[in-house]
Design a protein around this ligand. Structure first.
Ligand SMILES: NC(=O)c1ccc[n+]([C@@H]2O[C@H](COP(=O)([O-])OP(=O)(O)OC[C@H]3O[C@@H](n4cnc5c(N)ncnc54)[C@H](OP(=O)(O)O)[C@@H]3O)[C@@H](O)[C@H]2O)c1
Length: 340
């Protein structure tokens, strides 16, 4: 929709920082009827590219020109540049200055606030790998909004116009809110990397392992969304299968000991979910916690038939895991050294 047919005629919007989020927000806001009128960036070519995709938007040589032209200015630079940009420009009362950073409150926009502008945070709770992905993935996302009064209302309406939901955040919520996003998004990537590293141990490449794991990942996300916590939890912890967990611990200790602390810790965090699901009782939960907490050799007590041939190959002179000497392995993407 062009600025001529704008549904939001009162507010002119500008962007400083024409990268992934800035460009995607500019394109989507313009498409939702907002008047995106000005853009500047570190390089003129980035600002030109943003302006070329947004009807009615002018690319400027200076950031100050954007601050002068727009009622509401998004500073969508990398996080570390926000405070510097806010400090070097002249702001005026009645203006709004917004950043899209997740972990930060509004301190970096303090110079704008002192000049009489309202300041706010408008964080898209989404992962954007490129401008194209960002434009596609934005609808349906959630925005974490930190702002007061009228500006909060305006940003909430903006999220709604972008077909997104929103959550109101206080300054003190921001860091934990962002830590939660890191757990749910970035560390999921880490978990998949850990899983594909284990597949390399049985000669399946990372791309092939990733492809094979994708249906499982999609199924899990589907269960989280449609069944919900805690009932979406499946697997040995949900069932209270101590024997299976013991085998996992023993095999990881032999083949990928670097992954053991994470397996143990995430397992411990999983036990209360299993309890809440109601498939295990307190006594079984306690047993699982003790097993996952244990700091001794995970192979102790693990007499599973699958493990014995591995131990025999690695420690041919041993009669039991407890008798095995020092061994070295290079598995799961990293060289590891184990000693009983
Ligand atoms: N990407 C995500 O998944 C995501 C998700 C949620 C929130 N965010 C937040 O969104 C904000 C922007 O992140 P992004 O991913 O869009 O970063 P980005 O793709 O790296 O874009 C940043 C843009 O800012 C420009 N820039 C850098 N320094 C500047 C300066 N001093 N003055 C003016 N422009 C400058 C860059 O320069 P050029 O002109 O050289 O291109 C680039 O176009 C950050 O606060 C980030 O935390 C990102």
């Amino acid at each position: 929709m062009s600025s001529r047919s704008s549904k939001h005629p009162g507010t002119t919007i500008g962007f400083i920082g024409a990268g992934t989020v800035g460009t995607a927000l500019a394109v989507r806001l313009s498409g939702s009827g907002y008047r995106v009128v000005a853009a500047a960036s570190r390089s003129k070519s980035s600002a030109d590219r943003l302006a070329a995709t947004v009807p009615g938007c002018t690319s400027h040589d200076t950031k100050q020109a954007v601050a002068d032209a727009a009622d509401l200015v998004f500073i969508t630079t990398p996080d570390d540049a926000i405070a510097q940009v806010a400090a070097e420009l002249v702001w005026h009362p009645g203006q709004s200055v917004i950043h899209c950073r997740g972990a930060d409150s509004l301190g970096s926009l303090e110079p704008a606030r002192q000049a009489g502008a309202q300041t706010g945070g408008f964080h898209p709770l989404q992962t954007f790998a490129s401008v194209t992905h960002a434009i596609e993935n934005l609808p349906g996302s959630t925005f974490g909004i930190e702002a007061e009064d009228e500006l909060f209302d305006l940003l909430e309406q903006m999220a709604s116009a972008l077909e997104c939901s929103s959550v109101k955040l206080r300054a003190k919520d921001k860091v934990l809110y962002h830590a939660a996003a890191v757990l749910a998004c970035n560390y999921l990537v880490t978990l998949v990397k850990m899983a594909t590293d284990l597949w390399e141990g049985f000669d399946v490449s990372t791309p092939e392992a990733t492809r094979s794991l994708m249906p499982l990942l999609r199924g899990t996300l589907n269960n989280i969304e449609n069944v919900g916590l805690p009932d979406c939890l499946t697997g040995p912890v949900a069932r209270g299968d101590l024997g299976t967990i013991r085998k996992h611990l023993a095999a990881l200790e032999l083949s990928a000991p670097a992954l053991l602390p994470a397996y143990r810790e995430i397992g411990l965090q999983t036990v209360p979910i299993a309890l809440a699901k109601g498939k295990i009782d307190d006594a079984r939960a306690e047993e699982m916690k003790q097993l996952l907490h244990a700091t001794g050799r995970a192979t102790e007590g693990a007499t599973g038939p699958e493990l014995d041939p591995i131990i025999k190959i690695l420690c041919p002179d041993s009669t039991s895991p407890a008798e095995a000497g020092t061994y070295e392995l290079s598995l799961a993407g990293g060289h590891t050294k184990g000693k009983q």
